[in-house]
Structure formats: structure tokens, C-alpha cells
Design a protein around this ligand. Structure first.
Ligand code: NAI
Length: 478
């Protein structure tokens, strides 16, 4: 049975913590948002005669981070007034504020030891039965709760929001072997009904579902471009709307999220998957290492795979030449196959056309190679990352904004024969007429999401009933 969540606490007020706190406030709940107390005075604080004991100094980090949340564009809060529901504080003085929270979410630095240490602190003050979760992108969830009591671990799980939390529809929920089914159910219902999220249950495997597949797709795209001499503009013209991905395609997406973020995620993933048959795909290409070393971190640094420059036609975006590491004036890529494919409105038909005509030119060859590899790799991750192929499709649609998930692309590819994605549990969760899954999941027809939050990519309002034993979903693959 689901518990009630009436108060939320978020620890770590950065990009994700700030966004999660704002979205919980959007849902109408009181929220506590904590971050670290500073360890040094700024010159201005010094000049004013303040000390590290002054309240204004101790809350400086969290206050300035929450100011950023209030000014975020696109807006993190539904209305400016929602900010009043958030009480901010520093971890040293304000830890007691989380004592009566029903759900405590950790969103601090992506390192195991600080997260573990924080869990020990939380355990000192939390009320029994309160749910504690980590927003880690890839650290094993069970490892974060190691050393904690049995009761703590029963109420502990992963809740992986996507950035920005208000807008991206996906929430990956990651139970451990110890997590109680009712805890998963509570978070599922709360996320679905109050936060307006699409929940996918992932196993506690490196980078869960969306980032495991998304990182693989990004890496093979970059590597194929480097090995076969495709330019940044060529790749972006092929890997965006043409194939049902967001307009940011590949390299513009790197620039948007910040090059250091995927670099960090990919490096961690490489170290976490020694037995992956394609582990070398996750070895960082030299170009990415060099860009981080040069501080070319994308939009936040004003330079990445593209940089703004003054060109013949005024303000232009110059792409990086991957061979020379120089930004050059833009050249519009032209491919015969792309010209023809663009005229096909229906995405499934367009993808079929691309695959069937892949030998027409370099564009087709690129897309065939990278798409088939992505589909093959994804199929081999079942049941490692999840037992439900529909959940992989949902994760890629809801978290990465793909119009079709890997198995749906597979279906689109074959005119007849294999129908992977249709082997889904219900009409609303999948396609009509699909066979019921053996004794486990049912889709209710009631529309469960009452949230008014933006639902990027949302296409389903169904509730999937979970099997009695959630923990079996978290077992590592045989
Ligand atoms: P961030 O660097 O923007 O914010 C982290 C915050 O935690 C900072 O405000 C920092 O002062 C605070 N902090 C660091 N160590 C702390 C400690 N020991 N105790 C208390 N506060 C501490 O990081 P971001 O991007 O918000 O990431 C937070 C978590 O969310 C990480 O685990 C990350 O992997 C995960 N994540 C990040 C996503 C992203 O797009 N940035 C997406 C999904 C998950």
C-alpha cells in the first residue's frame, strides 16, 4: 500500500536538487532544501566583518543556488509564489528540518563516499518509515546505503530525474534488493500523480536504462564520425529530426548539456562495466578529452563543438573540425538520401526508406551502421538493465526525447515479421491488442496524472501494476 508524502526534503541545491525542490513545490508540498555551509569567507563578507558563524554566511551557498532556481529559464517553478513553499538551510544547522520529511532526496556531488557519509547523517535524524532516495546518475544504489540499518535500506532506493526535472518526463526508479515493494509503489504513485512523471523501473546496473543506451548511442556516433571522416555538421544533419531525435542531434546536444557532463558519465560507465562486450565503445575519444582540457565545455563556456563567430553573413555558428581542432565557417551538408527521406512525413516509413536505401550515399551508410549497432547493443542489455523492452523504449522517449525507442525502431524497420514493441503489457502502455504479460502488470485505464506540469514526450497516462515482489527487478543479470 502506498504511503502519503506530505513533506519533501532535498539535499544538494545544484542543478538537479534545485530543480527537484522546485518541482516538489510545484506539486503544492512544503519542501526543505539544504546545501553545504561555506568553509571560507568571501572578500565582501570579510569586509563587512562577518564570520563563518554568521547566519547569512552559513546559508550563502544555498541562498545563491536557490536564487538561480527562481530565475531559471525555462522556469523551474510554476509561479514565483511557489518559492515560498521552500525552506532553505545549510546541512550543519538545518539537518533537523528533514526529521519530519516523508521523502528525502539526495542530489549532491556524484561521488560514492560523500553520498555514503550523507546517508549516515540522514539516518541520525530521519523518522522511521520516511523514504530516502539518491538522484545519482550511475553510482550503484545499494552501495550508497551500505552500512545503514536494515530499516533504512528497506526505505532506500534510486530516483533518477532528468534535467531539467520540471520538464523531462522520465523518472527512473531503482529499487535495491532490500527496498520494500510499498516504497517503490509510494514513489511511483507520487511521481505519477503529483509530479506528473513517467516512471520506469530500472535495475541497479551502471547508468540504469536511458543513460546506458543514450551514452552508447552518443559514443558510436562520435566514433563513427571520427573513423570515417564525417563532419560535425554532417552528423548533426543526420542524427536530429530526420531520425526522430530532438533538433539538438548529437554535437549540439553535447554543447547544450556541457561537454564535461557526458565525459564524466562515460568515464564512470567505462570503469563500471568491465564485462561489457562493447566496453571499448565507452573509452573516451581523444577529441572529447582535449575539449575538456581546453575548457571547451559547450554553451556554458561559449565554445564547444560550435562557437559563435563573425562571418560573411554576420553572426554565425562555426563547427569544430574534428581533425584539425579548429572551428571553421559553416558548410551546409548535402546528401541525396536525406533530401529524399525528408519528403517522407511518417517517421516509421522514413526510417524504413533510409535503411532500405542505405547504400545510396554516405548518409545512409552512417545511419545504417549506427542505428543497427545501437539496436543490437540495446537488445543484448535485456534482461540486464530491465526485463521489459517497452520500458527501454519509454526511457529513451521520455528521457532523451526520441520519437521512437530502439525496439519501436526495430518494428518500424520490419514491414512484417518481428514486432518487438508490440509485446507490451497493455493498450495504453503499448500497442493495441498486445498479449497480457504473465500475471504481473496491468494497465489501468484511468488517467492518473493530475499534475499540470509540462510533460515533454508524454504519451501515456497509464498505471502499471507492479508485481508483489519488486526486488526481483533489481537482481543483477545471470
Ligand atoms: P551540482 O554540482 O549542480 O550540485 C551538487 C550540489 O551538491 C552543489 O550545490 C554542492 O554544493 C552540493 N554538495 C556537494 N557535496 C556535498 C555534500 N557532501 N553535502 C551536501 N551538499 C553537497 O550537481 P548536479 O548536476 O545537480 O548533480 C547532482 C546529482 O544528480 C549527481 O549525483 C548527478 O550525477 C545527478 N544527476 C545530474 C544530472 C544533470 O544533468 N546534471 C542529471 C541526472 C542526475
Amino acid at each position: 500500500m502506498s504511503q502519503l508524502i506530505k513533506k519533501v526534503a532535498v539535499i544538494g541545491a545544484g542543478t538537479m536538487g534545485g530543480g527537484i525542490a522546485a518541482h516538489a513545490a510545484n506539486a503544492g508540498l512544503p519542501v526543505v532544501l539544504l546545501d553545504m555551509a561555506p568553509t571560507a569567507l568571501t572578500p565582501e563578507e570579510h569586509a563587512k566583518g562577518l564570520t563563518l558563524e554568521s547566519k547569512v554566511v552559513r546559508d550563502r551557498i544555498v541562498n545563491s543556488l536557490f536564487d538561480r532556481v527562481k530565475k531559471a529559464r525555462p522556469a523551474a517553478l510554476f509561479t514565483p509564489e511557489r518559492a515560498q513553499q521552500v525552506t532553505v538551510g545549510n546541512l550543519e544547522d538545518g539537518l533537523g528540518l528533514i526529521a519530519d520529511a516523508d521523502w528525502i532526496v539526495e542530489a549532491i556531488v556524484e561521488q560514492l563516499e560523500p553520498k555514503r557519509a550523507l546517508m549516515a547523517q540522514i539516518e541520525q535524524v530521519r523518522k522511521p518509515g520516511s523514504i530516502v532516495s539518491s538522484n545519482t546518475s550511475g553510482i550503484p544504489i545499494a552501495a550508497i546505503a551500505e552500512g545503514r540499518s536494515d530499516e533504512f535500506r528497506q526505505y532506500f532506493l534510486g530516483t533518477h530525474f532528468f534535467n531539467p526535472p520540471r520538464y523531462l518526463y522520465l523518472l527512473e526508479v531503482i529499487p535495491t534488493l532490500d527496498t520494500l515493494p510499498q516504497v517503490v509503489e509510494t514513489i511511483w504513485d507520487f511521481a505519477d500523480q503529483q509530479l506528473g512523471k513517467g516512471v520506469v523501473i530500472a535495475k541497479d546496473r551502471p547508468n540504469f536504462i536511458a543513460n546506458r543506451i543514450g551514452t552508447y548511442a552518443g559514443q558510436i556516433t562520435v566514433q563513427h564520425a571520427l573513423q570515417h571522416g564525417y563532419s560535425v555538421e554532417e552528423v548533426d544533419s543526420l542524427t536530429g529530426e530526420l531520425i526522430g531525435h530532438p533538433r539538438t542531434a548529437t554535437f549540439r546536444l553535447f554543447d547544450l548539456v556541457g561537454i564535461d557532463v557526458p565525459v564524466h558519465v562515460t568515464r564512470n560507465l567505462y570503469n563500471a562495466i568491465p564485462d561489457d562486450e562493447e566496453r571499448e565503445v565507452f573509452r573516451l575519444p581523444e577529441v572529447l578529452e582535449q575539449m575538456v582540457a581546453r575548457g571547451w565545455l559547450g554553451n556554458k563556456a561559449g565554445i564547444g563543438f560550435y562557437k559563435q563567430a563573425k562571418g560573411a553573413s554576420g553572426k554565425e555558428f562555426w563547427p569544430l573540425n574534428l581533425q584539425t581542432m579548429e572551428h571553421e565557417p559553416p558548410k551546409k551538408p548535402r546528401f541525396e538520401m536525406v533530401g529524399k527521406a525528408r519528403k517522407i512525413e511518417d517517421l516509421a516509413e522514413r526510417l524504413r526508406f533510409i535503411m532500405d536505401n542505405a547504400d545510396m550515399d554516405r548518409a545512409g551508410q552512417f545511419l545504417r551502421e549506427t542505428t543497427l549497432r545501437m539496436m543490437a547493443y540495446t537488445s543484448r542489455r535485456i534482461p540486464g538493465i530491465t526485463e521489459y523492452i517497452a520500458d527501454v523504449d519509454k526511457a529513451m522517449r521520455w528521457g532523451f526525447g526520441w520519437a521512437l525507442g530502439p525496439f519501436e525502431i526495430w518494428d518500424a524497420r520490419s514491414r512484417s515479421g518481428t514486432r518487438w514493441a508490440s509485446a507490451r503489457p497493455s493498450p495504453r502502455c503499448g500497442s493495441a491488442g498486445s498479449p497480457p504479460r504473465r500475471g504481473s502488470r496491468r494497465c489501468s485505464t484511468r488517467a492518473t496524472s493530475r499534475s499540470t506540469s509540462a510533460r515533454a514526450g508524454a504519451s501515456s497516462a497509464c498505471t502499471i501494476r507492479r508485481p508483489a515482489s519488486i526486488s526481483r527487478w533489481s537482481r543483477p543479470p545471470a
